[in-house]
Design a binder for this molecule. Structure first.
Ligand code: ADP
Ligand code: MG
Length: 282
């Protein structure tokens, strides 16, 4: 299984939401990381053949799926960013309904399996009464109805509490053994443990496509910490890429991403993926 995105661009009116996107994916969890407006949802709509690119092409095992989407459509599962459920159906009824409209016959066993997988087999009641995390797990279950080779989930952790977030991540990691999973997020911690590849997207362009450890290596030697007084904080924010602050008894410990030592008092520290992300997008 190979997904190859070649020189893809997408124009809305005069605005290029994506430009010159070249990416190849083979397997594992791919974290598509970028700030709001970066073009993540646009790229996912193009990959899932919901939308055609303005230029460029997408190939699935060699087949151009912009020209001929049918092959990939049968192999794909998609959880869109704005996924809505029917509040008056139970989880099982909802999956039965979707299996029906997608023409999947004899889906009962598959639905049992999926409800188990997302830990909703014993959950009663209507979807309208479910928490955000439970609804997202129903969303994942529907995306897996046809046992897809390519699973695309767009900002699936938005609105989840920290515990639900971790659960959700674990479910996705389990799924990545036998398929390509592409997950978009603007939150670094969603992908730093689980992703085998990270794609950094900003302003419609790919800034990096690397293993997380390589991104960390690239920012090693460029992350600094020192303590300042409150009055200096605004000027540090203006002049540096600030990755964090911690209030201390004698002032504020600042963490800054900078290729040069920002001040003699600054000491090098171990980078996180958050630092690498800030370094790339600034
Ligand atoms: P992300 O998912 O990373 O937040 P999007 O793909 O939603 O980014 O949006 C990328 C850019 O394209 C943004 O500037 C957004 O305002 C614009 N955009 C997205 N969808 C549309 C649309 N249907 N019509 C016009 N502009 C759009
Ligand atoms: Mg989006």
């Amino acid at each position: 299984m190979t997904l190859k995105i070649e020189r893809v661009g997408k124009q809305y009116g005069n605005h290029w939401a994506l430009k010159d996107v070249d990416l190849t994916f083979d397997d594992g969890v791919i974290g598509l990381l970028g700030p709001n407006g970066a073009g993540k949802s646009t790229l996912m709509r193009i990959i899932t053949t919901v939308m055609k690119p303005t230029e460029g092409t997408v190939r699935w095992d060699g087949t151009d799926v912009v020209d001929d989407p049918s092959v990939l459509r049968r192999r794909i599962g998609y959880l869109p960013q704005d996924f809505g459920v029917y509040p008056n159906l139970s989880a099982r009824e909802f999956l039965e309904y979707l299996a029906g409209i997608r023409g999947l016959s004899d889906a009962d066993d598959r639905i049992d399996e999926l409800l188990d997988l997302v830990d909703l087999a014993d959950t009663e009641g209507h979807l309208g009464g479910f928490s955000g995390g439970m609804q997202q797990r129903v969303g994942i279950a529907q995306s897996l109805l046809s046992d897809p080779d390519l699973l695309v989930v767009d900002e699936p952790t938005v609105g989840l509490d920290p515990e639900e977030r971790v659960r959700f991540r674990n479910v996705l990691t389990d799924l990545a053994d036998e398929r390509i999973v592409i997950l978009s997020t603007h939150i670094v911690s969603d992908v730093e443990v689980t992703a085998s590849d990270i794609v950094l997207l900003a302003d419609g362009r790919v800034l990096a496509h690397e293993h997380p450890s390589i991104l960390l290596e690239q920012v090693t030697g460029s992350v600094w910490e020192w303590t300042v007084d409150d009055e200096s904080l605004p000027s540090i924010k203006r002049n540096h890429t600030l990755s964090g602050t911690v209030r201390q008894r004698d002032g504020v410990a600042v963490r800054v991403v900078s290729e040069q030592q920002p001040t003699p008092a600054a000491e090098l520290c171990d980078p996180t993926l958050e630092d690498a992300y800030l370094h790339a997008i600034n």
